[in-house]
Design a binder for this molecule. Structure first.
Ligand SMILES: C[S@@+](CC[C@H](N)C(=O)[O-])C[C@H]1O[C@@H](n2cnc3c(N)ncnc32)[C@H](O)[C@@H]1O
Length: 382
């Protein structure tokens, strides 16, 4: 049955508004942003589309059981008040992730264990058989969320996080998360309408996400598996239809995408990631940013330079100062976006950002800066 339900799409801090836009474009109803998440309403078709199309969602949860509990005993009892065989088969394997922000419950792992016990005991009682636990590759993944005494258990329709697109074969040392990369491109406003340059491309995540966006290729196209494939109500025919429709929405690439990096080894790794036809027009080569001259009069430059944390850079402040000088000399007419966690180094760029957004690259708080490079935007360097 293609019934209506409420879903929760999880994302990174700072990408909520972009995710709202994506969900509205997919036809979701009651789209409501929260903290690192957006709730929405829709049917099963929309759930499948959300998993396939959303660039800035990490996973799509389906809340199935909500209750209040102030201690372990109440939690155990209330978990059991739902008939779990509606969602889990005896032969399934399952896992429970948990997030707990509560004065009543302290240890999220222990609480997840209690929840698992309640479910397993219910199966044992009714069937004399129990589903097994598999934390790595379960057929059913559950998510328990507790805020004070409000408990919510959801089915995770995505399974593996949606940032695992399936196109990456290898990575360099500090690849950016695909969801963050797509979010940054979308925050920049670029939609495949101007030359795109990532001149410190590393393993190529940013140009790959740019190519997918520009060609309207659904980011889930390459994935072999989603969590809902092993659900009892999985509708394979509907999934095929959703995938086939996605193919018809693809468009040709209309603008150049340039991807360069100073490291030959990194470029070789990135090339391995670009095997799919969706990436065949990305122009990739080994080049030093400081020796590169842009070929187009205008365009969008989006870079994720070393922050001086994971990379050993002789003098990170000078390095950023040189980036600023290069932008001023060669990129008149361009818009540049730079993400970095290094506030001191960013200051030495010597340009006034017209926008400064907060994002997180893993656990690092970063600022994502926009520089409009036309004469007059320059701040005098002291
Ligand atoms: C943080 S990593 C970028 C990671 C990339 N966004 C990804 O997803 O894999 C920074 C990259 O800047 C490159 N880099 C450092 N100095 C450079 C320079 N002078 N010119 C071009 N690339 C440079 C490094 O080789 C490294 O791959």
């Amino acid at each position: 049955m293609n019934y209506k339900a409420t879903y929760l799409a999880k994302t990174f801090f700072g990408l909520e508004d972009i995710l709202v836009e994506e969900l509205q474009n997919l036809g979701a109803r009651k789209v409501t942003p929260g903290k690192r998440a957006v709730s929405f309403e829709g049917d099963k078709t929309l759930l499948y589309k959300a998993n396939l199309h959303l660039r800035t969602a990490l996973r799509i949860l389906v809340p199935v059981h909500q209750f209040t509990a102030k201690n372990e005993h109440q939690l155990y009892k209330n978990v059991q008040s739902l008939n779990w065989s509606k969602f889990i088969n005896k032969r399934d394997t399952f896992a429970i992730d948990s997030t707990v922000h509560s004065g009543y419950f302290k240890h999220s792992k222990y609480i997840a264990l209690k929840t698992k016990d309640a479910i397993v005991d219910q199966f044992r009682k009714h069937y004399n058989m129990r589903p097994s636990i598999d934390v790595i590759n379960p057929t059913v993944r559950l998510h328990l969320h507790i805020r004070e005494d409000m408990c919510s258990i959801s089915l995770d329709s995505s399974g593996d996080s949606l940032h695992k697109r399936g196109y990456r074969t290898a990575t360099n040392r500090a690849p950016i998360n695909e969801v963050l990369a797509a979010g940054m491109i979308m925050l920049s406003g670029w939609r495949g309408d101007a030359p795109f340059l990532d001149l410190m491309c590393g393993s190529g995540t940013i140009p790959c996400e740019a190519a997918l966006l520009a060609q309207n290729v659904a980011p889930g196209t390459f994935r072999e598996k989603f969590g809902f494939f092993s659900w009892k109500d999985y509708d394979k025919k509907l999934w095929q239809e959703v995938k086939e429709e996605a193919k018809t929405l693809e468009v040709p690439l209309e603008c150049p995408i340039m991807a360069t990096d100073v490291s030959q080894k990194t470029i070789e790794i990135a090339r391995g990631n670009l095997a799919h036809p969706a990436f065949e027009d990305i122009r990739m080569s080994r080049k030093d940013f400081f020796e590169y001259t842009p070929k187009y009069e205008t365009g969008l430059l989006l870079i994720n330079p070393p922050y001086g944390e994971r990379f050993v850079q002789q003098n990170i402040t000078d390095f950023y100062g040189n980036i600023g000088d290069k932008l001023k000399q060669n990129y008149n007419g361009y818009t540049a976006w730079i993400i970095s966690s290094n506030k001191t180094a960013m200051k030495s760029i010597g340009l006034r950002p017209s926008k400064r957004l907060t994002l997180y690259n893993g656990s690092l708080e970063c600022k994502f800066h926009r520089f409009d490079l036309y004469s007059g935007s320059k701040k005098n360097k002291k």
